[in-house]
Design a protein around this ligand. Sequence first.
Ligand SMILES: [Zn+2]
Length: 351
Amino acid sequence: MKLFFSSQQMAHQPKQYMINGRITDPLENPARAQALIKALTELGLSEGATGDAGLNPILAVHADHYVEFLRTAYDRFMQLPNHGPEVLPNVSAYQGAGQDYAARPKPRPVGVLGQAGWYINGLSCAMTESTYLSAYASAQTAISAADALLRGEKAAFALCRPPGHHAYADRAAGFCYFNNAAIIAQHLRQQHERVAIIDFDTHHGDGTQAIFYTRDDVFFGSTHTDPSNYYPHYSGYADETGAGKGLGANLNLPLAEGSGDDAFIEANRRLVAAVADHGATALVISAGWDAHHQDPLSKLAVTTQAYGEIGALWGAVGLPTVIVQEGGYSLSAVSEAAPSFMTTYQANRAR
Ligand SMILES: [Zn+2]
């Protein structure tokens, strides 16, 4: 299997992240990608060629005014008096999405501060001079992996960073700027009438859910920590099942704090069944390793072995699949969990 990556993704290295009222070093950093490259290369994945498909596949999912904000925000922010080292919002907009999660219009403020509050959801998405290009490269990494599928490859791994599943059509959130999984699900639609995205990162893939909430051609299923006391707080509940045409094409399986391997594996089993029910002919897996009990953000008790169990489940599905890297913040845990998953994934896929 091919491993897609772009070294441009490493340039994004913000210095500030606020958690629980304290500014600290971001947990999402280049060392994660280095650990994953090492672990996956040792498994025998070979490097795929990451190309540049331009902005069109990104604009098929993201609002053009949001992309323009990301492209220009750093330079504009650096014109502010007494500015800090990175773009961070001072304010947050009251206006949220409606019950259908439709993307919002272009905001009225023309200044970068008002726009930052509109487009960036919190203090986990500091933007440096390199952020736009790294997020762009992360999206291109995913697109190149999807293009390999469109050329007939059965599966590919897109080592994306920054990650994507919290990014909305018009909003950066939770270390994410462009929604890599959503971009390639849309990209795969050119050959596939129905595509499924499943997400076993320990945080709900709220951005992905929002992007496809009213559509039935792209199924979204996620298992994650119960959001009633966990990021992303405002979505990921079991009663969010889609709207309009998309009713029934969204499935959330929240897990109670402290849940272990059995609950995590059973939820993945239910997601496998839901993908089959939907009739998808291509699959995108948003793979995060942060449910692992050693992860600094984890409230679950999932072990390395469980990732091997779910790797077997997803491998046996047999659909053309892109595995997209999302979260996972313990270097030792990602170095165990990702290869555990990929070993059984590949073994069961080959059958
Ligand atoms: Zn996560």
